[in-house]
Write a protein that binds this ligand. Structure first.
Ligand code: 13P
Length: 256
């Protein structure tokens, strides 16, 4: 059975002092979770702080992007091996805030996905549709097309032990989460698509949900069959709210 996973995406927030308060609280309150993996994805400069605070605890850490090449003359980029140097295990890729604000293409994300996987990082691939696409009923087609470049590059087997985060763009930062049924339906679609190509990868890939997850909706989302956890933005910057979400996932895992 897949373990639940809750990932914090701090985005471009934080300072050494604020981070320390959050990380100390997570360390104090989340170390005893039995059925949930927790990872904190921080801005690059704070990887060392995450490493020094979280080493020796079950809480993992990671980054929010990675360079697509292993090494070289790529000003401003950060290599997967550098993330590994700071003990990172996860890396968020293809977040819609990067595709809209930095024109990141699905092909670029696919290359980064393979680079991350080859370096031994666990990629957290974000996919999701806009409100217009959902209203037009083409959300599955859109998400499918976001997965295709990765499958074309490396086959569906690359999703084995990876993480996909379904993040409908209309739900991110809006307070308007997808309903558990809407999310479940898309998660099932994604898993079935991968299963047609590689059943083993489909069984092991963790498909988590992101978009206005909060302590009030986390339990119902986590209770759905194909929702393996959450990718949390705003509420990951509040220790109490993030911890409640992690416990909601823990309780859902116990009930499953
Ligand atoms: P919010 O939880 O703030 O909606 O952000 C979701 C997200 O973008 C996580 O990657």
């Amino acid at each position: 059975m897949r373990r639940k996973l809750v990932v914090a995406n701090w985005k471009m927030h934080g300072s050494l002092a604020q981070n320390q308060q959050l990380l100390d609280s997570f360390k104090a309150h989340l170390a005893n979770l039995k059925h949930v993996d927790v990872a904190i994805c921080v801005p690059y400069p704070y990887l060392q702080q995450a490493q020094s605070t979280l080493s020796g605890t079950p809480i993992a850490w990671g980054a929010q992007n990675v360079g697509k090449y292993p090494v070289g003359a790529y000003t401003g980029e950060v290599a997967a091996s550098m993330l590994k140097d700071f003990g990172a295990t996860y890396v968020i890729l293809g977040h819609s805030e990067r595709s809209t604000a930095y024109c990141e293409s699905a092909e670029n994300v696919a290359a980064k996905f393979v680079t991350a996987k080859n370096a031994g990082l666990t990629p957290v691939l974000c996919v999701g549709e806009t409100l217009q696409e959902r209203e037009a009923g083409v959300m599955e087609h859109v998400v499918s097309e976001q997965l295709d470049p990765i499958i074309a590059l490396h086959g569906a087997g690359i999703f084995k032990n990876a993480v996909i985060s379904y993040e409908p763009i209309w739900a991110i930062g809006t307070g308007l989460s997808a309903t558990p049924e809407q999310a479940q339906s898309m998660h099932e679609f994604i898993r079935e698509k991968i299963a047609r190509l590689d059943p083993e990868a489909a069984m092991s890939v963790r498909i988590i949900y992101g978009g206005s997850v909060n302590p009030l909706n986390a339990s119902k989302l986590a209770a759905m069959q194909d929702i393996d956890g959450g990718l949390i933005g705003r509420c990951s910057l509040n220790a109490d709210e993030f911890e409640q979400i992690c416990f909601a996932a823990e309780n859902a895992a116990i009930k499953h």
